[in-house]
Write a protein that binds this ligand. Structure first.
Ligand SMILES: Nc1nc2c(c(=O)[nH]1)N[C@H]1C(S)=C(S)[C@@H](COP(=O)(O)OP(=O)(O)OC[C@H]3O[C@@H](n4cnc5c(=O)[nH]c(N)nc54)[C@H](O)[C@@H]3O)O[C@H]1N2
Ligand SMILES: Nc1nc2c(c(=O)[nH]1)N[C@H]1C(S)=C(S)[C@@H](COP(=O)(O)OP(=O)(O)OC[C@H]3O[C@@H](n4cnc5c(=O)[nH]c(N)nc54)[C@H](O)[C@@H]3O)O[C@H]1N2
Ligand SMILES: [Mo]
Length: 682
């Protein structure tokens, strides 16, 4: 290695399982290359294709350089403005609206997952410092599963992936790690080499399924029915773990009686399996232990997604596959997120941060935006969010946005969302700013230090919050409580407690500059068999769920809600070379990204008279789009998949609430994978 490079530490802040630690190599003020960081005990020096392309992202010719103003909105007529002008316009509007409505409720923030760094909570902190404002709350990714895990185990844990080297059976249940979590594959393949059998349960014969020993093609949304069928088989053949159930669970007698009453025939019919498949799965779970089950996010983006996760949790518990090395039913974790979140309330003595928010459901944002009239929302701040490609009810959203007086978007690039904005502010990347990022899957914490100067006039989220706070207070004394004089490093400092340092085995956050650290949590999830549920045990029967108008059990059969007008389910699966809408502008990927196609089974195509590569009409209750058809035998005849994602696909989606999510994420999940559609030749 040329010693004239300066080497800096970074972490990928995207919404992704891997949250990779990165080394940046700079020379002459320019980032020259990136590599993975070998000191990261999970990603072990490897990045994904997107990660290795960060240079092309940072220096992309389309990257935003200056604050830009579009007038009139939607015209495409953009003009460069100075930061002073931009901040003046924004602060002026905030003060004007405050006078008009005598509150700050007409100000709204919609932020999601463009950047998951802790300092990227600056805008939420800034909004908290204004008193009560309107705020997108909720979560599109994982809400149903988060509540389900909470009901069953009381908190969210995952095992170190090394733990699966002890597994005899690995079930990848509605997760496609070959595309969305590639660093886990080293562990999965190693376990396979050591003799573990890998089973994938998915409606699609995915790249992951192709690497597995067994593939179970399930009907979308029917995982609870499948779990119920397996549970019935286990009961009938006395394959359950009596001792484990007695010691660590509550509600077994009730669950047993309930399962007895459900029909095996109906369960098999709903999930589309034979009794032989059920016997195979039951025996793997009960005999070929320890069994490790990974429950993905895709499988819980259904109306009954939370119930389905609870059903699988129950299956793992009744077979004694929780808390033992190599076992578990795992979804995502929060145990390592030991931050103080001081950045959300950097003014502990100020009453304003306790004022709360007027919630706008992030999953039903268009409707909630229109519903609020006293006062109406007039100002929207969008950050880390591509609202127009990732939201439901997109046409209503466009209409709702027309009633707003100022829309500000903070971005790296012009997007479908900036088209609907008045002001666009350029943001720094993880190579130009400080930050700390944790993962929702593994247990490592990594740091971002600035490697290069901010790109042209881009600024960090924190800097923007400080600037705006300062300007507001110039206009009106004490208007904003967000600190204007605290440095980035001080903000980081305040996120750590002695307890957090102890868990990281460091004394100061700057030690993260020597390499990422693992948070000292149990290597096997629930290894101590302590559960933070009301009973202190795994709750096969949950009174808390019942109190929230849910079934006390996860198991159960589906209510048949198929719509004859829209008999097919369109799955919105996440893709290997993108994170949601990001990275599609990389030229290196354009060569491999094809025109978006709707994939259908050739037999379904034959029935519909659809030719391969012809244009077809894809219709939902919400609207229709025209798209090219392609064939795939990886699907069954009731399921469609779009690939790569079509920027217009959200036109077809209205908000369908999942069953759970309110307890852990302030809103029910988004049943995006219950999209009922029809398809016809043009
Ligand atoms: N490369 C890449 N990585 C990513 C992302 C990305 O866009 N690209 N996105 C990130 C984000 S935001 C998220 S939320 C995660 C998503 O990560 P995953 O959960 O892996 O992603 P999905 O592709 O949504 O769904 C996974 C699988 O669930 C299957 N599935 C859908 N419905 C059902 C069902 O009813 N039952 C069963 N058994 N399976 C079902 C789908 O066919 C799919 O193969 O990945 C993160 N990582
Ligand atoms: N059709 C469809 N809709 C979906 C989904 C789907 O699979 N299909 N998935 C759902 C899921 S699981 C999720 S997680 C959501 C994702 O919803 P979003 O989080 O809105 O999705 P992204 O496309 O990742 O958009 C993030 C935006 O943030 C920008 N960005 C990146 N880094 C920064 C930064 O440091 N600062 C700022 N200010 N901006 C930054 C990116 O350029 C990008 O435009 O979408 C949901 N909606
Ligand atoms: Mo997500």
């Amino acid at each position: 290695m040329d010693e004239t490079y300066s080497i800096t530490r970074h972490v990928c802040p995207r919404n992704c399982y891997s949250t990779c630690s990165i080394l940046g190599y700079s020379k002459n003020g320019r980032l020259q290359k990136v590599t993975g960081d070998h000191k990261h005990g999970y990603t072990k020096g490897l990045l994904c294709a997107k990660g290795y392309n960060y240079i092309n992202n940072v220096y992309h010719p389309d990257r935003l350089k200056y604050p830009m103003r579009q007038y009139p909105r939607g015209s495409g007529q953009w003009q460069r403005v100075s930061w002073t002008e931009a901040i003046d316009i924004i602060a002026g509007k905030i003060i004007e609206l405050n006078h008009r409505y005598e509150s700050n409720l007409s100000l709204a923030l919609n932020k999601y997952s463009g950047n998951m760094g802790i300092l990227h909570h600056a805008m939420e902190g800034f909004f908290n410092g204004l008193g009560k404002t309107s705020r997108a709350v909720g979560n599109p990714c994982w809400s149903p599963g988060m509540d389900a895990v909470y009901y069953d185990y009381g908190e969210h844990q995952t095992s170190d992936m090394q733990d699966i080297l002890h597994s005899e059976t690995i079930i990848l249940w509605g997760i496609n790690p070959v595309w969305t979590s590639i660093h886990s594959l080293n562990y999965i393949y190693e376990a396979q080499r050591r003799g573990a059998k890998v089973i994938t349960i998915d409606p699609v014969y995915t790249e992951t399924a192709k690497k597995s020993d067994t593939y179970i093609q399930i009907k979308p949304g029917s995982d609870g029915a499948l779990a119920t069928a397996i549970a019935k088989y286990i009961l009938e053949h006395d394959l359950f773990d009596h001792e484990f159930i007695d010691q660590y669970t509550v509600g077994w007698e009730e669950l047993k009686e309930y399962i007895h009453r459900l029909s095996m025939k109906e369960a098999l019919n709903q999930c589309g399996q034979t009794i032989e498949a059920i016997q195979f799965l039951a025996e793997r779970l009960a005999i070929h232990r320890p069994v490790y089950i990974w429950m993905g996010f895709g499988m819980q983006r259904h109306r009954n997604g939370g119930q389905n996760i609870r059903a699988i949790n129950a299956l793992a518990a009744m077979t004694g596959n929780i808390g033992r090395q190599g076992s578990g039913a795992q979804f995502g974790q929060r145990a390592t997120w030991k931050f103080t979140y001081h950045i959300l309330n950097p003014f502990p003595d100020d009453k304003r941060n306790k004022a709360g928010v007027r919630p706008l459901d992030i999953n039903d944002f268009a409707n909630d935006l229109q519903k609020q009239q006293v006062p109406p929302v007039k100002f929207l701040w969008i950050t880390c969010r591509n609202l127009l490609t990732q939201s439901t009810n997109v046409e209503e959203l466009k209409k709702a946005l027309q009633t707003l007086e100022l829309i500000v978007t903070v971005e790296h690039f012009m997007t479908e969302t900036t088209q609907y904005s008045d002001l666009v502010l350029p943001a720094t990347t993880q190579f130009e700013e400080w930050d700390i990022v944790a993962s929702y899957w593994h247990h490592w914490i990594s740091i971002n230090q600035p490697a290069i100067e901010p790109y042209y006039e881009s600024k960090s989220e924190l800097e923007i919050a400080r600037l705006l706070s300062k300007k507001l207070n110039e206009y009106k004394d004490h208007f904003s409580a967000f600190p204007t004089d605290m440095e980035d490093e001080q903000f980081i400092e305040q996120e750590f407690t002695d307890e957090f340092y102890q868990a990281l085995h460091i004394k100061d956050w700057r030690e993260l500059l020597n390499g990422p650290r693992r948070v000292d949590v149990q290597k096997t999830a629930w290894g101590t068999m302590e559960f933070k549920t009301p009973s202190g045990k795994i709750e096969l029967f949950s009174k808390q769920a019942m109190d929230n108008q849910l079934s006390p059990f996860g198991m159960g059969l589906m209510e048949n809600e198929s719509n004859p007008l829209f008999p097919y389910i369109l799955l919105l699966n996440h893709e290997p070379f993108r994170i949601n809408s990001q990275f599609q502008n990389l030229t290196s990927f354009k060569e491999i990204s094809r025109e978006p196609c709707i994939y259908l089974h050739p037999l379904l195509a034959k029935e519909k008279g659809i030719q391969r590569y012809s244009m077809v009409k894809l219709v939902s209750e919400k609207g229709e789009i025209t798209i090219r058809a392609n064939f795939s035998t990886d699907l069954n005849q009731q399921t469609l998949v779009i690939f790569p994602n079509h920027p217009l696909i959200n036109k077809l989606i209205s908000f369908t609430a999942a069953d759970m999510g309110k307890v852990m994420t302030s809103g029910k999940g988004n049943a995006l994978n219950d999209l009922q559609v029809n398809i016809a030749k043009l």
